[in-house]
Write a protein that binds this ligand. Sequence first.
Ligand code: DGL
Length: 427
Amino acid sequence: MLRPMQPPLPVWLLPVLALATAPAADLVKNAPGDGRAAFTFDAHAWDDAEAVRHLPVGVFDSGIGGLTVLEAILTLDAFHNDTLQPGADGRPDFANERFIYFGDQANMPYGNYSAAGRTDYLRELILKDAIFLLGRRAWPAQGNEPRFDKPPVKAIVIACNTATAYGLEDIRAAIARWRLPVIVVGVVEAGARGVAEARTEGGIGVLATVGTCASEVYPRTITRTLGLAGRGVPLIAQQGSATLAGAIEGDAAFPEPVSTYALREARALAGAYRDLKPAKPLETIVLGCTHYPLAEKEIDAAFSSLRGEPEWRDVIAEKRQFVNPADLTARELFRELARAQLRLKTGESCVLAQDQFFLSVPRAECAGVQLAADGGLDRDYKYSRLPGRPGVEDTKNVPLTRGMLPAPSARLLRERLGAVWSRLGGG
Ligand code: DGL
């Protein structure tokens, strides 16, 4: 639910505040070095300004959901590649760029750390994701020693709403402290801009994880974005779901059809909106979780069917506008790379011939790590870990191949994320 609007903080103060409250001060202090140890990177990788442009772009999420954002990036054609003017030119906007994707699957769902009272640990995890992308260190599929042949990145896309909510300011503050020429783009700011562009009259509903909603990042960012544009702020309601992402991924723990979970969440969001005593119906729906754009049809159908009931007719607008932060993030990345003159021009190429994909898995040999029967981290172990132990590497980031994906996830990618699927290695 929307809190009364606070005057926006000066932009320069945000990184300072974030660092002051960072739970991971040692992690930030010790990360730049020679990049050999866990959670460190080679501080000299960006010394040659011209070489920086030829580095890949890093994209990370808590799991494979962020591949929806990578798909949006890979397929974007919203600009003329040579003139940078808006408009399609028949060529993907990032045709020359290469990407390194990382999904922190072993430590997900990120959306549940707030309910477990462990957002301090989550913030550390998110910083470690960024440090991984900045570094050269990654683990091989087989073998007990890390390798050092992964290139660093020139930009980081936080393709996870929950990670943006809890980690964007920390990462920006750390990058500023490390004095790196690396761009950071998060899905929430892009989503808020999408709300501003939607130019609807009715209310706003945010569907996201429990953690993202608890952080209030969307109401805050939407309020700031509309406020800076000199616009009034409509009522904003939120609904945090603990089930919808899993159901969309085909997780066996959620056996009912996606439409059943979508209806439940739509009803809860409409109820939260009605509690605000609105004068106008709910019209703009922000798909504030990486997985939800994959179920937009089911979510819209759920609102339509609810509206068929007299109780909801005046609460829900006849036509809804959906905001998909993935598309908007892709545009934001294009603009930011162009602004920083980090975009590769026609005829130029990245140091990486092909995109790379990594996924975290438990590191069973780490002392004290506790595993569940399915080989993942034990749930209680996962959510009771404390920050401030940088020597503990209980998960490792290995190459992600098609063969590693559970059957429902593989089908989802094959059917819905064709550009990503065609770039993923077999195995
Ligand atoms: N990727 C997360 C997000 O967009 C959803 C999954 C999770 O909770 O880790 O918020």
